[in-house]
Each structure stands twice: as C-alpha cells, then as structure tokens.
Design a protein around this ligand. Sequence first.
Ligand code: COA
Length: 169
Amino acid sequence: MNLKIEYSALSLDTSKRNRKEIDQDIEAVELLINKHLSEPYSVYVYRFFLNNWPELCLMAKCGGKLVGSIISKVETHRDVRLRGYIGMLAVEEKFRGRGIAKQLIGKSLDIMIAKGCDEIILETEVVNKKALRLYEGFGFVRVKRLYRYYMNKHDALQADTSNYEKSLH
Ligand SMILES: CC(C)(COP(=O)(O)OP(=O)(O)OC[C@H]1O[C@@H](n2cnc3c(N)ncnc32)[C@H](O)[C@@H]1OP(=O)(O)O)[C@@H](O)C(=O)NCCC(=O)NCCS
C-alpha cells in the first residue's frame, strides 16, 4: 500500500497557528517517542529540545496523524566545534520498513549541515541492530562505547558522521 507521508518541522509560531494546534503536535511527539524508546524522558527534556530547536523536531504524518518523529539539537561543543546531536527517533510499528526513519534522518542531517555543523553525533543502544544499521547507512561510524549508559543498563554506542556522504564542509 502506498501511503502518503507528509514531513514537516514543528512550528511554534503563534502568529501562524493557534496554541492548541502547537500543543497537540508537542503532545503527539512526546507520546510517540515515550512509547518507543526504552529511556523515559521527562517533559523538561522534550521542552528543552522543542523550545530551542523546533526546526529540528521533524514530524512524519499520515492523514494528519503523527507516525514518526526525530528530535535533534545544535550546540557549540568545547567552545570550538558546532555539534549536531540526534537525540530521539521513533516510527510507529505499523509504518516501519517504509523508509520513514531514513527520510527523517536525511532531512535532519541536511538542516544541521546547513546550520554549519562541524560534526553530528548520536547514541544508540548496543542491542538496537535496526538503528545501528540505519545510522551506518548514512555513514555514521562507531566511535565510543558508553558502558551502562541507559537506565535499562544497556551500553550505548556513540557514533559520528566522519563518513557522511554529503560532506560536512
Ligand atoms: C529504528 C526505527 C526508527 C526504524 O524506522 P523505519 O521507518 O522502519 O526505518 P526505515 O524504513 O527508514 O529503514 C531504514 C533502514 O533501517 C534498517 N532497518 C529497518 N528495519 C530493519 C529491520 N527489521 N532489521 C534490520 N534493519 C532494519 C535498514 O538498514 C533500513 O534500510 P534498508 O531498507 O535500505 O535496508 C524504528 O524501528 C523504531 O522506531 N524503533 C524504535 C525506536 C528506536 O529504536 N529508535 C532509534 C534509536 S534512537
């Protein structure tokens, strides 16, 4: 079945949208990510990402319903490098395997590159083979193993974009 998926960034612009619509988007993103990631994030973590980098909260919707989302940020690291960070990514089960995560990651990387990032990093659970393959497909390489990084005691692999085909500079 060929479903029409629409991609958009979260807009917090109250001159263009009413507050209720904005809140609905934020709530849907929080629900989706909380449902699919092992790590429980507090509402403050979401608000930190979404209020500061709404343009890096990308949503995939089908018939107006949120079916996938990626949340990232861009910050200066050690006063010298501009570092992009992919924080959270999830796609509803029924919509997996259709390239939605690939689209979300690709769009997110493009925005971070346009912002002038020197590097882009992320962490994912060592046991999450799907996610590892997905990110490796974009040229991310494993750079660090973070022992018992997650609350479920799983290790994390930290990866960066040394090999991303659309070179960062
Ligand atoms: C990981 C996740 C985001 C993938 O979403 P998705 O939309 O199904 O992914 P895509 O359809 O874009 O697949 C892209 C790539 O992921 C990998 N992948 C997807 N499903 C896979 C599977 N069942 N087994 C192995 N690799 C898989 C493949 O490399 C695939 O590329 P290919 O189709 O060219 O082989 C989704 O499974 C999910 O939400 N999981 C729970 C949350 C999570 O693990 N988030 C990531 C950690 S931050």
